[in-house]
Design a protein around this ligand. Structure first.
Ligand SMILES: NC(=O)c1ccc[n+]([C@@H]2O[C@H](COP(=O)([O-])OP(=O)(O)OC[C@H]3O[C@@H](n4cnc5c(N)ncnc54)[C@H](OP(=O)(O)O)[C@@H]3O)[C@@H](O)[C@H]2O)c1
Length: 323
């Protein structure tokens, strides 16, 4: 099988394609032929050595896949060759095959393509975790989503609309805002050229109930100031680079709440709760309540370029690698 190997943490242009022997299923393993592997912002950070988690090298990057089961170990029940599945892999997704515990596999809903499935788990789990486990969203509330044309942004819009909220999407370009509108946002703000606080307050009639922020940087403080009394501000990530500081008087005023959201660490620590979260999302897909965007498909050899494009903001929306 072919795989994309990171020889050591550092510049992304050192990644190389390698041919490795095909995998065999251990007694408690399932081998999956990878039909698509989702590329996330964090994959590039990890490969560059800029993330808190530093895998021993060489390693194969990539954390989520969708594909078809090709072999199951003797002790495995519940899965058989031919099953369509999706999974978080930890690492190793940018490859033709992965060998996983059946506990990490989920059935890919009929309505999702392999590409949609491979780009689903991280973004949608983070969104539902933020909106329902770390905070609570009531139907009819206004949610301001920053970085709304990115992976977390689009998933958050989809989940928030499914939960009955009204979404204001904020992003940098007309293309990203158009993607957010197509996902169900009611209103948009071009936050590099418009006054984010003033426009969000105006659109929501006085202030938003919740902010979901995977971007940070200069947008954090105006977004916090755009929340109404008892507003919640979910800190998801810092794609803009610098970690923002916010004046704490703005939290005290209006009884606001700032909420940290770290889905990955929680999912690792509380496996059953995360299984329940993902089952809830897959049920929402089956019920036709979620509509994941169709990711762009690129060959495995473009992996480093895609990771770089997400980090330097030249790629918008979800991308999967097709081995
Ligand atoms: N806390 C958690 O549990 C969790 C889980 C998954 C991901 N994350 C984090 O969430 C963040 C976003 O992830 P994502 O998957 O949504 O990434 P993404 O698809 O690349 O989207 C990031 C968005 O950030 C905006 N951005 C603003 N300044 C940027 C800059 N200087 N460079 C790159 N992007 C910039 C871009 O939108 P505009 O151009 O419209 O501004 C872009 O669409 C990352 O930091 C990731 O590590 C956190």
């Amino acid at each position: 099988m072919r795989c994309l190997v990171c020889p050591e943490l550092g510049p992304l242009d050192t990644l190389v394609l390698e041919d490795r022997p095909d995998l065999e299923a251990g007694p408690e393993q399932v081998v999956v032929e990878v039909r698509a592997a989702g590329v996330n912002y964090v994959d590039g950070l990890i490969a560059q050595g800029r993330y808190q988690m530093k895998p021993p090298t060489p390693y194969v990057p990539g954390g989520e896949i969708a594909g078809v089961v090709t072999a199951v170990g003797d002790a495995v029940t519940g899965f058989a060759p031919g099953d369509r599945v999706l999974a978080m892999t930890g690492f190793g997704a940018f490859a033709g095959q992965v060998a996983l515990s059946p506990l990490s596999l989920h059935r890919l809903p009929e309505s999702l393509t392999f590409a949609q499935g491979a780009a689903f788990i991280q973004s949608y789990s983070t969104a539902l975790f933020a909106l329902t486990r770390r905070s609570s969203l009531t139907p009819g509330e206004w949610v301001l989503v920053l970085g709304a044309g990115g992976g977390i942004g689009l998933a958050t819009i989809d989940v928030a609309v499914a939960l009955g909220a009204k979404v204001i999407a904020a992003a940098s370009s007309p293309e990203r805002l158009a993607a957010a509108t197509a996902m169900g946002a009611e209103a948009t703000i071009a936050y590099e050229s418009e006054d984010l606080k003033a426009r969000a307050r105006e659109i929501s009639g006085g202030g938003v109930d919740m902010v979901v922020d995977p971007v940070g940087g200069p947008h954090a403080e105006p977004a916090l100031r755009a929340t109404r009394a008892f507003g919640r501000y979910c800190v998801i990530g810092f794609a803009a680079g610098p970690i923002p500081t916010v004046p704490l008087n703005q939290v005290l005023l209006n009884n606001r709440t700032v909420v940290g959201v770290d889905w990955g660490a929680w999912a690792f620590r509380d496996f059953p709760a995360n299984q329940a979260l993902l089952a809830e999302l897959l049920d929402m897909v089956e019920a036709g309540r979620l509509h994941p965007a169709t990711p762009a498909e690129r060959p495995l050899e473009h992996g480093a370029a895609v990771m770089a494009g997400l980090l330097d903001r030249t790629i918008a929306g979800k991308v999967v690698l097709v081995p």
